[in-house]
Design a protein around this ligand. Structure first.
Ligand SMILES: [Zn+2]
Length: 68
């Protein structure tokens, strides 16, 4: 099961890595930038849909049937 919240890409060398934690992606960017002088960028590909899904599940669980 994959849960990639951030994809780091580097236009300078074509590097592409996926991370499940934003902190790891940020560390990777800083390290790559330090080692190569490149300027990688990240994209939060699946993050919006994940939040939406979690919100739906929370709503279903959080509202008692008798509330209606
Ligand atoms: Zn690079």
């Amino acid at each position: 099961m994959t849960d990639n919240r951030a994809t780091v890409t580097c236009p300078a060398c074509g590097l592409e890595e996926s991370f499940s934690k934003l902190a790891h992606a940020r560390l990777f960017i800083e390290k790559h930038r330090d080692e190569t002088g490149h300027d990688p960028v990240w994209e939060l590909g699946r993050f919006p849909s994940g939040v939406e899904q979690m919100g739906d599940e929370a709503g279903v669980c959080g509202i008692p049937e008798s509330f209606e």
